[in-house]
Write a protein that binds this ligand. Structure first.
Ligand SMILES: NC(=O)c1ccc[n+]([C@@H]2O[C@H](COP(=O)([O-])OP(=O)(O)OC[C@H]3O[C@@H](n4cnc5c(N)ncnc54)[C@H](O)[C@@H]3O)[C@@H](O)[C@H]2O)c1
Length: 355
């Protein structure tokens, strides 16, 4: 097992930008994707950061990701739109979707935009947060274009659904904004990959093996015959399962990409975003003050044993970001080696470790 390397966010962004450009992206798109991935590492979501960069490069090599694709609106109404990502990077398609939804909400109170034919778009909350930064409510959810199931349905043991994430963001009278952003499986599959890469075990009740037995060995999930992740919820996992199926209809169904099914082969991200202009309902300052009071209310609870502070959704990411900007980003050795092999193919030199 190779040790992790610590690099600065700045150096990692420059490295990824150069790699994506050498693999065919324009400098603007390369940088957009690089910033998104590094932001995931900064906010503590290593499952959606550097780990994804060599995978994107492999998708370009395999012809599954067109690094030059430009997303476009293919259907549009006053408050709705559908975007075709041209099978490029998912990030520019999701940004266009959110910009379009924000624009429509600004004019008419609500904007609702779906995305199809796009690759992995990273963190859903990155995009719902754009609406909150503009004083609006952002909602988003994603399925995998009908393909790549890795989560068992409630009561089943076979892979039938993806980790189908969803996010809700809105502003408060303070920073950070409220940002709920999560999978409907018990954990993001990438978090299991990070554990596997570091030679660590999974937590109890994350995964089952091929025969449905509880296990903490990541290889029982990844190696043939494969196992499955469990839906979110523990003893009430039927609720995570219900949410995941709801997301199938919203993201897969409304976008036209398709819901999870046994014949879908092309892995992608189909998305559904909705933006609501708060002052179409209530004055923005009043809304923000209400959210602030809610935050104070939940934080005023007595703490459970071992808990230093009650945090609200979005706050752990905000705190982690400050730490990691200061201390640098630890990238696991396996991901770093995989990236290095790709970089060597196009003559890009990896950055040095942070002092
Ligand atoms: N593009 C895709 O295909 C895809 C698939 C799955 C997940 N994702 C992304 O993966 C990321 C990680 O998802 P996850 O489910 O592992 O997130 P997570 O479990 O780390 O966090 C889920 C939510 O809980 C909040 N939270 C976490 N710890 C908390 C605490 N101690 N107190 C209060 N709130 C807390 C977070 O702020 C967040 O809103 C998300 O950004 C998601 O969008 C993307």
């Amino acid at each position: 097992m190779t040790d992790s390397i610590v690099v600065s966010a700045e150096a990692l962004t420059a490295y990824f930008t150069e790699l994506f450009v050498r693999f065919g992206a324009t400098p603007a798109t390369g940088n957009e994707v690089a910033v998104h991935l590094v932001e995931a590492n900064l906010t503590g979501h290593d499952s959606h950061g550097a780990l994804r960069a060599p995978w994107y490069l492999e998708k370009i090599e395999a012809g599954e990701l067109d690094p030059k694709a430009v997303p476009a609106i293919v259907t549009e109404g006053p408050t709705t739109a559908v975007i075709d990502g041209g099978w490029g990077f998912g990030q520019p398609a999701s940004r266009l979707a959110m910009e379009t939804a924000i624009d429509k909400a600004r004019q008419l109170g609500v904007g609702c935009v779906a995305v199809r034919n796009a690759n992995h778009m990273g963190r859903v909350g990155y995009y719902t947060a754009m609406a909150a930064a503009d004083g609006m409510v952002g909602l988003g959810c994603v399925n995998l274009h009908g393909a790549s199931p890795c989560v068992a349905p409630f009561g089943g043991i076979d892979r039938r659904l993806p980790t189908n994430p969803f996010s809700v963001a809105f502003p408060a009278d303070r920073q950070p904004i409220f940002l709920a952003d999560m999978t409907t499986s018990v954990v993001a599959e990438g978090k299991l990959q990070v554990r596997r890469n570091k030679g660590l075990q999974a937590e109890e009740q994350w995964i089952i093996d091929h025969d449905g037995n509880a296990t903490t060995d990541p290889w029982k999930f990844y190696a043939e015959p494969v196992g499955a992740l469990l839906p979110m919820g523990g003893v009430v996992a039927h609720k995570g399962f219900a949410l995941s199926m709801a997301i199938e209809g919203l993201a897969g169904g409304l976008s036209g990409a398709g819901c999870s099914n046994p014949t879908a082969e092309r892995h992608g991200n189909a998305c559904w975003y909705t933006v609501i202009r708060i002052d179409a309902f209530t004055p923005l300052d009043e809304f923000k003050a209400n959210v602030g009071k809610l935050i104070d209310h939940v934080k005023s609870s007595r703490k459970a044993a071992g808990v230093q502070e009650i945090l609200y959704p979005g706050e752990p990411e905000h705190l982690r970001r400050q730490e990691r900007l200061r201390d640098g980003l630890a990238i696991d050795g396996q991901t770093w080696e995989w990236l290095g092999r790709k970089a060597a193919l196009v003559g890009v030199v990896p950055p040095a470790a942070k002092d």
